[in-house]
Design a binder for this molecule. Structure first.
Ligand code: AMP
Ligand code: ZN
Ligand code: FE
Ligand code: FE
Length: 272
C-alpha cells in the first residue's frame, strides 16, 4: 500500500518523522512519502525509520506557490533533498512564513486575541522546520481564543477571515521548475480543493508531471474528474491521505487513502 502525502512535526503534522513512519508501517503501508510544507527537514529521520521498518521512503515536499494572491500547493517527489538550489529556494519560502506569522499575530493582537509568538518563531527558525497557520491556530487554542485548529481557521485566520494575511512568493510554474532542477517531478496537490483547473494546460506545458487525483478530501466524482483531466493533459496521477495526525482536518486515517500500484509505477516513469 502506497501513501504519498504525509506531514510531520517538521511542518504542521502532529507526529515526529520516526513516529509517523512507524505508524505507517504498522498500518500496512509499504511505500510512503513525507511531504512537509516548504521543508525537507523531516526526510533524514523518516528515511532512517523507514529503513528500520522495512518500508520505502520517497523523498517528498509540499511547496506553497502563489497565483493572484491564492495559495496553490505543489507536491515534489524523487528529488535530491541536498540540491543547493532547492535548499536556497526553501529557505526563502520559510522566511516568508515567519514574516506572515508575525503579521497574522499583529492582526490578532489588534483584535484582542493576543498569542505567544515565541513557540512559533522557534518552530520557524529551528533546524529547517517550517511554521504555518496551524501553529498559529494551536497558539490561539492555548491562549483560549479558539476551541481547536478548525475553529481558529473558520473564525480568524482562514482565507477571508479578519486575521488572514496572504502569502507572497513564487508562481506555480516557478515551483515546478525548482523541483525539476533538483531532479524531481511535480504534482498539483488536491486540485479539487484548490479549484484552479484554468492553470492545468499551461502547467502541463511547463513540466508538471501529475495531478493528485486521489486525496482524502476528494470524493469518487472528484477523483474521476482529475483522473480524466490528467489523461487529457498527458499527466500521471499521484495520491495520498494528507495525514497530519489523529483527529486532524483531513480526516482519513493512515492506510485508508492509498495510491494504486499502477499509478505509482506510471508516476515513477516520469522521473528523468
Ligand atoms: P499555511 O501553510 O500557513 O498557509 O497553512 C495551511 C495549512 O493549514 C495546510 O496544511 C492546511 O492543511 C491547514 N489547514 C487549512 N485549513 C484548515 C482547517 N480548517 N483546520 C486545520 N488546518 C487547516
Ligand atoms: Zn498542512
Ligand atoms: Fe495542501
Ligand atoms: Fe498537505
Amino acid at each position: 500500500m502506497i501513501d504519498l502525502h504525509l506531514h510531520t512535526t517538521a511542518s504542521d503534522g502532529r507526529l515526529s518523522p520516526s513516529s509517523l513512519v512507524a505508524r505507517a508501517a504498522a498500518a500496512g503501508l509499504t511505500v510512503v512519502s513525507v511531504t512537509d510544507h516548504d521543508t525537507t527537514a523531516g526526510l533524514e529521520e523518516a528515511g532512517r525509520a523507514a529503513g528500520a521498518s522495512g518500508i520505502r521512503l520517497v523523498s517528498g515536499i509540499e511547496i506553497t506557490a502563489v497565483e493572484a494572491g491564492q495559495d496553490v500547493h505543489v507536491l515534489g517527489y524523487f528529488f535530491d533533498p541536498a540540491d543547493p538550489r532547492l535548499s536556497d529556494f526553501l529557505r526563502v519560502q520559510r522566511a516568508d512564513r515567519v514574516r506572515r506569522v508575525h503579521e497574522i499575530a499583529e492582526r490578532l493582537r489588534a483584535m484582542g486575541c493576543a498569542i505567544d509568538t515565541q513557540p512559533l518563531i522557534a518552530q520557524g527558525s529551528g533546524a529547517g522546520a517550517s511554521v504555518g497557520r496551524p501553529h498559529v491556530a494551536d497558539a490561539l487554542v492555548t491562549a483560549g481564543h479558539a476551541a481547536d485548529r478548525a475553529d481558529a481557521f473558520d473564525r480568524l485566520i482562514g482565507r477571508g477571515r479578519p486575521a488572514f494575511v496572504p502569502r507572497k512568493g513564487a508562481s506555480t510554474a516557478e515551483v515546478v521548475s525548482v523541483i525539476r532542477v533538483a531532479g524531481g517531478i511535480a504534482s498539483l496537490a488536491h486540485p479539487g480543493l484548490t479549484q484552479r483547473d484554468d492553470l492545468l494546460r499551461s502547467l502541463a506545458a511547463s513540466g508538471l508531471a501529475a495531478l493528485e487525483a486521489r486525496h482524502s478530501d476528494h470524493d469518487a466524482v472528484t477523483e474521476t474528474r482529475y483522473r480524466d483531466l490528467a489523461a487529457q493533459y498527458g499527466l500521471a496521477v499521484s495520491g495520498g491521505s494528507d495525514f497530519h495526525g489523529d483527529n486532524s482536518h483531513h480526516a482519513a486515517g493512515l492506510g485508508t487513502i492509498t495510491l494504486p500500484a499502477e499509478d505509482f509505477a506510471a508516476l515513477q516513469e516520469r522521473v528523468a
